[in-house]
Write a protein that binds this ligand. Structure first.
Ligand SMILES: *Cc1c(COP(=O)(O)O)cnc(C)c1O
Length: 369
């Protein structure tokens, strides 16, 4: 599905030198590279504050902790996402309220959002799934009307851009009160282990998130709140500093691969290629098709027989998972998410895909259409 080694080989000398510097300086925790990377990422994204942390799940947890929500407060999110999004809400004793996604873009349906809002709703947690943003302008206007926080799960969408109706352009993670991203190796900006970051435009929230990520400390060995130990290793920051310089190339390579897939597959009647919304660019963390004729199983068996990797993101929506049955949703509650779980298929997507590989994948998948 990904070719992390191929990507490393092309920047090996830069990355190796950066790692060696950290080892030579032995500043493994909170070393120089951490702050430098955070500054570079702030410049890249337009975020006023970037707070590095241990992983994307922690980024979400830090964001929600900083909003001082009370047990039982409601947070609206979607069932068609990676588990972290829902997990952190439940872990903090908050009440997740789910709304369905759009069938074409797989992201939160703003039309359903309004009906899910109650007097207990405090925040909206949309997910920019697979690399394309939610309709943030609509979500923000609904949030403003109801006085709600917006926390963006931008773990799959770093570098994706939304154009608002006034013509301004904003990066994923920088539009809500807080944005969260992950540097898990296979993410679009991935390190060599775990990593994450929180974005915010607000000084006060930034200070709070920094404190929570550092045990709730105000000054050395004085604690103003209950916090976590959530840090980005200096080694990972040094690697990410190098890779951030290549992020625009990486995005372009993914978009070129997606365009090739589209050309090969767009006229196949039983396939629906990823929809592109006019308000957001797509950075293709995943290239995810819908298979409309019920043939997914047969087609994935064909792919396997030809040693072609594939993935199903996600095979069971979160409201039907054993761990989240206590939320009280049953089958049929979110028909679009449930349908997508039966239809979606993600093809290999990374920066090193060649035209020949894409031809092999698409001709194997859509043979004899
Ligand atoms: C990867 C991911 C996360 C979690 O990131 P980790 O770094 O693995 O903790 C959260 N939400 C979404 C949508 C993700 O894809």
């Amino acid at each position: 599905m990904v070719d992390l080694n191929g990507q490393y080989q092309r920047i090996k000398s830069e990355v190796d030198a950066a790692m060696q510097r950290v080892v030579d300086q032995a500043d493994f925790v909170n070393g120089n590279a951490v702050g430098e990377f955070a500054e570079a990422l702030a410049r890249y994204t337009g975020a006023r504050h970037v707070i590095p942390c241990a992983n994307g799940t922690d980024a979400l947890r830090l964001a929600l902790m900083a909003l001082d929500l009370q047990p039982g407060d409601e947070v609206v999110t979607v069932p068609f996402t990676f588990v972290s999004t829902l997990e952190v809400i439940v872990l903090l004793g908050l009440k997740p309220v789910l709304v369905d996604v759009c069938p074409d873009t797989f992201v939160m349906d703003p039309d359903q959002l309004e009906t899910a809002i109650t007097s207990k709703t405090k925040a909206i947690l949309p997910v920019h799934l697979f690399g394309q943003c939610v309709d943030m302008e609509r979500i923000l206007s609904i949030a403003r009307a109801h006085n709600l926080y917006v926390v963006e799960d931008a773990c799959q969408a770093i570098g994706a851009e939304v154009t608002f109706s006034d013509g301004t352009v904003h990066q994923a993670g920088t539009m809500g009160d807080v944005g969260c991203t992950s540097f898990f190796p296979s993410k679009n900006l991935g390190c060599f282990g775990d990593g994450g970051a929180v974005f915010t435009q607000k000084d006060e929230l930034a200070a709070k998130i920094r404190s929570i990520a550092n045990h709730g400390m105000s000054e050395k060995y004085y604690y103003e709140r209950v916090g976590l130990n959530s840090r980005l290793d200096t080694l990972q920051a040094a690697i990410l500093q190098v890779k951030l310089r290549h992020l625009d190339e990486y995005i372009a390579a993914r978009q070129a691969a997606a365009a090739r897939y589209n050309v090969a597959l767009q006229n196949v009647a039983y396939l629906q290629t990823p929809a592109l919304e006019s308000y957001s660019t797509h950075v293709y963390h995943q290239y995810t098709l819908r298979i409309l004729d019920g043939s997914r199983k047969a087609r994935t068996e064909r792919l396997s027989a030809h040693d072609i990797p594939y993935a199903i993101y996600y095979p069971l929506p979160l409201h039907l998972q054993q761990a989240y049955r206590h939320l009280g949703y049953s089958e049929g509650a979110f028909p679009v998410s449930e349908m997508l779980s039966r239809q979606v298929l993600s093809l290999p997507m990374h920066t090193e895909l060649t035209e020949e590989q894409i031809h092999h994948i698409t001709s194997t998948l859509a043979v004899g259409y």
